[in-house]
Design a protein around this ligand. Structure first.
Ligand code: NAD
Length: 501
């Protein structure tokens, strides 16, 4: 069956698309790329080109960074009271909510994601996060500190710290939650008094461009939020290597994050790297296998598994192993697959044909290496980038399907016998983004949580984020934290002041 096509009414609602060919957004207005080159934006449900966005080069990035620097230095922004930045961010959050239909439809069109998910997360949580950060604009603080400076004899000093905005923040974001992750970078930077150059993924530039327009409507001065579209190796690399940035904030894959970290260090630019994951979900012997399997299904199939924290490795006590496999297999096989605009669909398409081929490559490779398919493992619908939710058993810890981030609806299930073995298997990965433990044995949970090398650990839950809870990884999953107070503080430099009195 071919996925449902867009109705004329749905197309009409997304008025932003009627322009089809979009420019970058620099210094408060749309700017054509210097090269005149564009990239297609493709709807993965229909594989139709829905728009075009700039294939920007270094010169376009330069224009945007200069505009951001002028805005940062200008009195309109640098002289603005924190309470006025708070008010602007608050207005922006309301505009995002007012445009929920349009923004969520754009997300579904450009990435294939379920429209309800786009509304709840990219738009709903995104707007709440902007409000959350609006509140922080007025609450940054330094400290008054004791000192023991002994020279010259008898001298006295008053010492304190203050937080200052780092300057222009370069933000490079992926395609899985295009608007939400853009807001994770933009909102704390603006709340701290920084200006921003945002580089969205080449697959999903449309909501970032619309966000910049809404920021102007909210009243932000021109140049405070700029958007430059294009390929990672061109526009992204140029932004990451720009010597004038105060900070680079990146979310994406680990190899690219490593390259961005190197480029940042060359310039001593501050950086935050939110990278990939291969998160374990651990089911202890006392857990209810049905409940744990339902949690595991949600953990790995949510947004087609294109989630950095996806529970792609499901580790189950041997006494529950078969029950969990059976329940997870049934849950996967029963999921309704369809267009993101189908209100009954539980799984939409993968983001692109390129990504679909990559994920299917992992599935085929796992079969060849001897993994057993419990369910799925094939294309789901005739047209578009739809694939079946897939569960593998009988895997070897050295298989690529166990070690590498697939970023699709593909889980491996592995048995363990002891708590020590579960912890060892959970930590046996280059990544350290998240993990979850399923058990009502409080003592066991408290023993295991501190031993897991992960930035976030859930207990009897998976994939739950909160705007107030810092989010980020350890090991190959990155450095620094998005969300929470940590996010705004990372857009500031701590200055120490020592005054002779
Ligand atoms: P990606 O690393 O390919 O691209 C991410 C962004 O970086 C895009 O905007 C891309 O254009 C840009 N980019 C690519 N090469 C670049 C380069 N050489 N220099 C500068 N920029 C470059 O990742 P993706 O495929 O868009 O997203 C999937 C990845 O993102 C997965 O690994 C996933 O785990 C990760 N991710 C992590 C988090 C997190 O918070 N930890 C959240 C979502 C996604």
């Amino acid at each position: 069956m071919r996925p449902r096509e867009w109705s004329a009414a749905q197309m009409a609602r997304v008025s932003f698309l009627s322009r089809r060919r979009h420019g970058n957004f620099i210094d408060g207005h749309e700017v054509e790329p210097g090269s005149g080159a564009y990239l297609p934006v493709v709807d993965p449900a229909t594989e139709l080109t829905i728009a075009e966005a700039p294939d920007s080069a270094t010169a376009d990035v330069e224009l945007a960074v200069q505009a951001a620097q002028r805005a940062f230095d200008g009195p309109g922004w640098s002289g603005m009271r924190p309470a006025d930045r708070e008010r602007l961010l608050f207005r922006l959050s309301l505009l995002i909510e007012e445009h929920a239909d349009e923004l969520s439809a754009l997300e579904t069109l450009q990435s294939g994601k379920l429209n309800g998910l786009a509304r709840a997360i990219d738009v709903g949580s995104g707007a709440e996060f902007v409000r959350y950060m609006a509140g922080w604009a007025t609450k940054l603080e330094g400290q008054t500190l004791q000192n023991s400076i002994a020279v010259p004899p008898g001298a006295r000093y008053f010492t304190y710290t203050q937080r200052e905005p780092v300057g222009v923040v370069g933000a490079i974001v992926p395609w899985n939650f295009p608007l939400a992750i853009a807001l994770w970078k933009v909102a704390p930077a603006l709340a701290a008094g920084c200006t921003v150059v945002l580089k969205p993924s080449e697959e999903t530039p449309l909501t970032a461009l619309r966000l910049a327009e809404l920021a102007m409507e909210a009243g932000f001065p021109p140049g405070v939020l700029n958007v430059v579209c294009g390929r990672g190796a061109a526009a992204g690399a140029a932004l990451a290597a720009h010597a004038s940035l105060g900070k680079i904030s990146f979310t994406g894959s680990t190899p690219v994050g490593r390259a961005i970290g190197h480029a940042a260090i060359e310039n001593m630019t501050r950086f935050t790297l939110e990278l990939g994951g291969k998160s374990p979900l651990i089911v202890l012997a006392d857990a209810d296998p049905q409940e744990a399997a339902a949690g595991a299904a949600m953990g790995i199939f949510f947004h087609q598994g294109q989630v950095c924290t996806a529970s792609s490795r499901i580790l189950v006590h041997r006494s529950r192993y078969q029950e969990v496999i059976d329940a997870l297999g049934r849950a996967a096989a029963g999921m309704k697959i369809g267009s993101g605009f189908d209100p009954e669909a539980q799984l939409g398409p993968l983001v692109s044909k390129r990504h679909f081929d990559r994920v299917m490559g992992y599935v085929d490779g796992a079969r060849q290496e001897g993994a057993a398919v419990v369910t799925g493992g094939a294309r789901a619908l005739e047209g578009g980038c739809f694939m079946q939710p897939t569960v593998f058993a009988d895997v070897d810890p050295q298989m690529r399907i166990v070690r590498e981030e697939v970023f699709g609806p593909v889980a491996v299930v592995m048995p363990f016998d002891t708590e020590d073995e579960a912890v060892r298997m959970a930590n046996d990965t280059p990544y350290g983004l998240s993990a979850s433990v399923w058990s009502h044995d409080l003592s066991a949970v408290h023993r295991i949580v501190p031993r897991l090398k992960a930035g976030t650990v859930w207990v009897n839950a998976h994939n739950m984020l909160d705007n107030n809870l810092p989010f980020g990884g350890v090991k190959g999953s990155g450095m620094g934290r998005d969300l929470g107070r940590a996010a705004i503080e990372s857009c500031t430099e701590l200055k120490s002041v020592c005054m002779s009195v």
